[in-house]
Write a protein that binds this ligand. Structure first.
Ligand code: CA
Length: 402
């Protein structure tokens, strides 16, 4: 058997580079100061002698008391009920939408009307991420069980001071204060498509797991990164890299991660070949918890560089001239199946946010059956299917009764 650490052909799949909630249930929202106006203690009062509603505020901390007093003390009152807070389902403010043709191609903005995402944790197993980028800084995962900078592995997960993730290349923590985590921009570009101010799921949290330096890394480090992701709470992981070398160990670790309902999104590669015939891993592993992504172009067709495969490729997503974040406060275009995969990752995270009870196989099937006629993922149709399947779970976001 090959030594894992000798297999070094993990290629980031970027092709070209042109630089440039849910509300809490009302009953659980408690005031912090009794003397302040409590928004959730507003009451709608309906009087018997007038059709007009009256709204009253209150400094009471208990809405049941407010309503009880209302009905007892005012005999001319017909009804009293809490003035519930409703939330817009369109909570996305994305000022870059004009540049994000892939979002429009896949109906991401329309799908935000169905669900705008939650703080689901997504691991980006790549070249690192510029955690200080203004579009991303608020979206970086924080390991709450670790105390930063104390030199102690507080949560006993095997990694010291791993506040935002781990750098498996240099064997160091991803922690505040360091900017040079991503020397190619590859991982930062991927992160920007998934989360942050211009991402598909602005509420998602990015777990930064660096295993590539420059354009390559070891399979053994990718394995360790995936194990970290699974063990530390990531639901999804994005894999915009690959190799034509088979690794049984890599396959086994991915297979085992399905026991934690972990889902991987993998880029199909950029060599324009059929990966059913010439497998490209991890995309071509025949495992239920891998979604393999090929790239489409502005003409709704397979991009000329993209690998393909009837069996090995599950879905297409836009992957040419994709606009996203770059290190050092930058933005720019990249092309490749590397850029198609994170779009799918972001959309899947919306789907999981909308339907936390859906099984991985159900998510995968819904995503594939609701692709458009060219096999390109459609976020709006995908989320619509999930909400039809699991309306009860989705209803949590709109249920303010108590
Ligand atoms: Ca730790």
């Amino acid at each position: 058997m090959k030594q894992l650490n000798l297999i070094k052909l993990m290629i980031p799949i970027q092709f070209l580079l042109f630089l440039s909630g849910c509300s809490n249930p009302i009953s659980e929202i408690l005031p912090t100061e009794k003397s302040s106006f409590i928004e959730n203690s507003r009451v709608i009062v309906e009087y018997k002698d007038t059709p007009h509603l009256s709204i009253t505020g209150s400094s009471q901390t208990n809405i049941h008391v407010v309503i009880g007093n209302c009905e007892i003390l005012k005999p001319n009152v017909k009804s009293c009920e809490q003035d519930h807070i409703v939330h817009s389902t369109q909570t996305i403010e994305n000022n870059y939408l004009d540049f994000l043709w892939g979002f429009h191609e896949t109906d991401v903005p329309a799908s935000w009307q169905i669900h705008s995402g939650t703080d689901i944790v997504i691991a980006i197993i790549d070249s690192g991420v510029d955690i200080n980028h203004p579009s991303l800084a608020a979206s970086i995962w924080v390991n709450d069980d670790e105390i930063p900078g104390n030199g102690i592995d507080d949560d006993a997960n095997g990694y010291i001071d791993d506040i935002h993730g781990w750098d498996f290349v240099n064997n160091r923590a991803i922690e505040p204060g360091t900017t040079q985590y991503d020397n190619t921009g590859h991982g930062t570009h991927i992160a920007g498509t998934i989360a942050g101010d211009i991402g598909v799921n602005p509420h998602a949290k990015i777990m930064v797991l660096k295993f590539m330096e420059g354009n390559s890394g070891y399979i053994s480090d990718a394995i360790r990164a995936l194990q970290y992701a699974v063990n530390n709470g990531a639901t999804l992981s994005n894999h915009s890299y690959g190799t034509y070398d088979f690794s049984q160990r890599f396959k086994s670790v991915i297979d085992n991660s399905s026991q934690n309902n972990h889902l991987l999104i993998a880029a199909a590669g950029n060599h324009g070949i059929d990966i059913d015939q010439t497998p490209f891993y991890p995309a071509a592993f025949n495992l239920d918890n891998i979604i393999s992504v090929a790239a489409s172009n502005e003409n709704h067709q397979l991009a000329f560089f993209s690998n393909y495969g009837d069996t090995s490729v599950d879905i297409l997503a836009p992957g040419t001239a994709i606009y996203s974040t770059l290190p050092n406060n930058g933005y720019g275009l990249m092309s490749g199946t590397s850029m198609a995969a994170p779009l799918v990752t972001g959309i899947l995270s919306l789907g999981i946010s909308a339907s936390s009870t859906a099984a991985i196989t159900q998510l995968k099937e819904s995503m594939m059956t609701r692709a458009d006629s060219n096999g390109i993922i459609n976020s709006h149709s995908f989320l619509s299917t999930l909400t039809e399947l699991t309306s009860g779970a989705v209803g949590m976001c709109n249920s303010f009764t108590f």
